[in-house]
Design a protein around this ligand. Structure first.
Ligand code: UDP
Length: 318
């Protein structure tokens, strides 16, 4: 297949590019680098099956030649207000990538009769009142809350995707991605793993926001990519959760990072990020198990071990 990936220079987009090229496909990458990095795709420059366009997907997109599939991954994704690359500081771009960007990609998919895959998110569940989150749970999102620009853009993107499927019969799919980590995460994006792994490798105390009782479930990137590719190759149209169902508190997560890295500087408790920080999050992956025969294989410790060399290289401590 000839596959367009928007956000190809991002954390997930670059791993997807690698995997699809390895599977023998041709990949057309697109990114405007507002949160992605050229470093993430530098190793693909000499690959003749990879081409790249620096574009903002919120504007009309044109791709020469046939396109068989489109993966729309372009969007800021970090909720940290302190991060320059987080959606808090890129609110309009975030809404445009989710709304106009999805519209442009769906238009291209329709014109090209291509399979379309939307990168959606556990954030569409907001601060969930149902636990664990199944795909039929409609969520608990404040449309004017601090996370709304991302949550509502992705909710709109899902609705638009289903409209193109139902009305124009476009072959669409939607993956709801839960917390994921691995090499090529932006060390400065302010999320839990980059913040804490960086702190641990520098011998600093780990910052836990609030009392650390809020929970998340962390998936290693190779597992996530595996699930997404299975969804792409399937003929499923309804949303599918992809993530690791092993739930832990953020305090347990911080303790695990200190243990694995041998960091003895401990933990510092700082102010909670906001009242809107989701308190519990765990994917119900029954659909992925049944439909895609998928489940994660890499445990947290192994995933962190595989991520450390990248962080050391970026920190200059390798
Ligand atoms: N968090 C933390 N310390 C940090 C960064 C994040 O305690 O240095 C917490 C944050 O408050 C949230 C969880 O870790 O409860 C996951 O945050 P992240 O930014 O990774 O993404 P989210 O899951 O909220 O989208």
């Amino acid at each position: 297949m000839r596959i367009l990936i928007t956000g190809a220079a991002g954390f997930l987009g670059s791993h997807l590019s690698d995997r699809l090229l390895n599977d023998g496909h041709e990949v057309i990458g697109m990114d405007n680098f507002i949160t992605g990095s050229p470093d993430n795709i530098a190793h693909l420059a000499s690959n003749e099956k990879f081409s790249f366009f620096k574009r903002d997907v919120s504007n009309y997109i044109f791709v020469p030649g046939k396109v068989d599939a489109i993966l729309h991954f372009a969007s800021p994704a970090s909720p940290n207000p302190l991060s320059k690359s987080g959606y808090f500081n890129l609110p309009i771009q975030t809404m445009k990538a989710g709304a106009l960007g999805t519209h442009n990609c769906l238009g291209l998919a329709r014109a090209q009769n291509a399979r379309f895959l939307l990168a959606s998110t556990s954030e569409i569940y907001g601060d969930p009142l149902v636990h664990p989150q199944t795909e039929d749970y409609a969520g608990n999102v404040d449309p004017v809350g601090t996370r709304a620009v991302y949550d509502e853009a992705k909710r709109f993107a899902e609705s638009l995707t289903m409209a193109y499927h139902r009305f124009h019969n476009v072959n669409t799919s939607i993956v709801r991605i839960f917390n994921t980590f691995g090499p090529r995460m932006d060390l400065e994006d302010g999320r839990a793993l980059p913040n804490m792994l960086k702190q641990a490798l520098l011998g600093q105390p780990l910052t836990v926001y609030g009392d650390g009782a809020q929970t998340r479930s962390f998936c290693y990137v190779d597992d996530l990519v595996d699930g997404i590719i299975k969804l792409l190759y399937s003929d499923e149209h309804f949303p599918v959760n992809i993530g690791n169902p092993i739930e832990m508190t953020i305090l347990q997560f911080a303790e695990a990072i200190n243990k694995i890295t041998g960091n003895t500087a401990g933990i510092t408790f700082v102010d909670a990020r906001s009242a809107r920080d989701p308190q519990r999050r765990q994917p119900d992956i029954t659909r992925a198990r049944d439909l895609l025969k998928w489940e994660p294989k890499v445990d947290l410790e192994e995933g962190i071990r595989r991520t450390i060399p990248f962080f050391k290289q970026k920190l200059g401590t390798a």
